[in-house]
Every structure is written in structure tokens, then in C-alpha cells.
Design a protein around this ligand. Structure first.
Ligand SMILES: Nc1nc2c(c(=O)[nH]1)N(C=O)[C@@H](CNc1ccc(C(=O)N[C@@H](CCC(=O)O)C(=O)O)cc1)CN2
Ligand SMILES: Nc1ncnc2c1ncn2[C@@H]1O[C@H](COP(=O)(O)OP(=O)(O)OP(=O)(O)O)[C@@H](O)[C@H]1O
Length: 206
């Protein structure tokens, strides 16, 4: 009951303040035990089998989880022969790009990222981008870490309808909220993959 009340409150907070929602969700994520995180990792891999674009994709950008993010590490991508990871090149200029994941190091936040000499991928060379998130809604709105790295990195997709990567948000089911306010710079997700379901945005099936 208490849990339900808290959940309802969260959904209201969401409408007024992304900052508070972000803090709540990040706390909830970090509070998961390692057993729960491992189970969620197995569950999301299972659900990902319904995501056909992932099975066929040859170039995929994913992320190396930190801060309680749901790990995509066990998701099967049988046709992927080029794997990319994000790297923040300039924190103050909010510059993030995707680079080949073949050689990696750990950065100042403890996130595994490609080394400086790794080849870069332009956004349109990618088939699927697995996007980490702090909160999401079923309309494809996403709340991230709050630095605008993904929104800026993906902004070229704003007016591009064809030949664009599929943007698949990945998060725990409890990171869903009723409705997030869409900001002018936000790039919407095409789908969301959780440990419980694969949600196709705009599909009545989801
Ligand atoms: N797994 C994963 N990798 C990712 C991202 C992500 O969200 N998830 N990013 C998506 O953006 C980029 C990293 N973005 C980050 C944004 C904020 C903070 C962070 O911890 N900020 C501190 C305060 C900043 C500081 O002074 O270091 C904080 O929020 O407490 C870390 C990474 C690139 N790689
Ligand atoms: N394409 C853009 N051009 C200029 N500024 C942007 C752009 N995208 C985001 N920003 C700025 O970045 C800041 C953070 O945006 P927002 O709160 O939407 O981040 P987020 O979605 O939580 O983070 P991220 O995109 O890194 O996952 C905002 O203040 C916004 O002004």
C-alpha cells in the first residue's frame, strides 16, 4: 500500500520536476541488490528476443551500465559485427559520440568507454542504439542523466525519417512513469525494453 502511494506521488512529481524524479529513480535503481540486478539482466535478455531489429542489426551502439542501470550485456545480437559505446569527449561542451567498443578503459565516473584512438561511428551508420535512461513513458519520452549528452548526440535525427537507427530505451520496469513533459530538444525513443516487456511506441500492442 505504502509502495503504491509512493508510486502515485512519483507520477505527480514527474509532471512538475524532472530533477526530483531523477533523484528518486536513481535512488531506486541504486538500491537494487546484486541478486536483483542479475535477475533483471537475465530477464531483459529474455524479453529482448521479441525485439526483431536487435536480432538483425549488424551495427549496434549500447552502453556500459553504471549507477544501477539495467545491464544490456546478456542481450543476444547474433548478427552484430560492429559494437559501439558512447564516450563523452568534452563534458563542458556536452560532446558525446559513439566509438568502436573493441578497446576500452574506465573513465572518471567508473563507466567503461572506448579508448581515445577508437574509430568513431556517425549516428546514421548505426542500426540500433540502446539508450540508457532514468525514466520513460509509453509515448517514447525519456529522462536521462540531465546533461543532455544523448539529446545532443542524436539531434541530427530530429528531422530524419528514413535510414535512421532504431532508438531503443533500456530500463527497469519501475522506471516507467505516466507522462513526461516533452522538451523541444528531446529525441523520442522508438521502443523501450524493460525487464518485463518490449514496448513499441505508438503500437496498440504495447
Ligand atoms: N551507461 C551510461 N553511459 C553513459 C551515459 C549514461 O547515461 N549511461 N551517458 C549519458 O549521458 C554519458 C555519461 N554521462 C554522465 C552524466 C552525468 C554523470 C554524473 O555522474 N554526474 C554527476 C555530477 C557530475 C560530475 O561532477 O561528475 C552526478 O549526477 O552526480 C556521469 C555521466 C556517456 N556514457
Ligand atoms: N540539442 C540540444 N541543443 C542544445 N541544448 C540541448 C540539446 N539537448 C539538450 N540540451 C540541453 O541539455 C540540458 C539537459 O537536457 P535534459 O534534461 O533533457 O537531459 P536528459 O535527457 O536528462 O539527458 P541526456 O540527453 O544526457 O540523457 C537542457 O538544459 C537542455 O537545454
Amino acid at each position: 500500500m505504502l509502495h503504491q502511494k509512493r508510486h502515485q506521488t512519483l507520477k505527480l512529481i514527474d509532471i512538475t520536476s524532472g530533477t526530483m524524479l531523477r533523484r528518486e529513480m536513481r535512488q531506486q535503481r541504486s538500491a537494487l541488490s546484486s541478486r536483483q540486478s542479475k535477475q533483471a539482466m537475465l530477464d531483459v535478455a529474455n524479453i529482448a528476443r521479441q525485439c526483431k531489429p536487435l536480432l538483425f542489426a549488424t551495427r549496434i551502439a549500447s552502453y556500459s551500465p553504471f549507477n544501477g542501470e539495467l545491464s544490456p550485456a546478456l542481450i543476444e545480437t547474433p548478427n552484430c559485427h560492429q559494437h559501439f559505446l558512447p564516450r563523452v569527449d568534452n563534458y563542458t561542451r556536452h560532446l558525446m559520440r559513439f566509438y568502436s567498443a573493441n578497446h576500452r578503459r574506465t573513465n572518471r565516473w567508473g563507466i567503461v568507454e572506448p579508448i581515445p584512438t577508437a574509430p568513431a561511428a556517425s549516428i546514421n551508420q548505426l542500426d540500433v542504439i540502446l539508450v540508457p535512461l532514468v525514466a520513460f513513458d509509453r509515448k517514447g519520452n525519456r529522462l536521462g542523466m540531465g546533461a543532455g549528452f544523448y539529446d545532443r548526440a542524436l539531434q541530427s535525427l530530429r528531422h530524419r525519417a528514413n535510414r535512421r537507427p532504431l532508438l531503443v530505451g533500456v530500463g527497469h520496469h519501475f522506471q516507467e512513469v505516466n507522462s513526461l513533459i516533452s522538451k523541444p530538444w528531446d529525441i523520442k525513443l522508438d521502443a523501450i525494453l524493460t525487464d518485463r516487456e518490449y514496448i513499441v511506441v505508438g503500437s496498440s500492442l504495447s
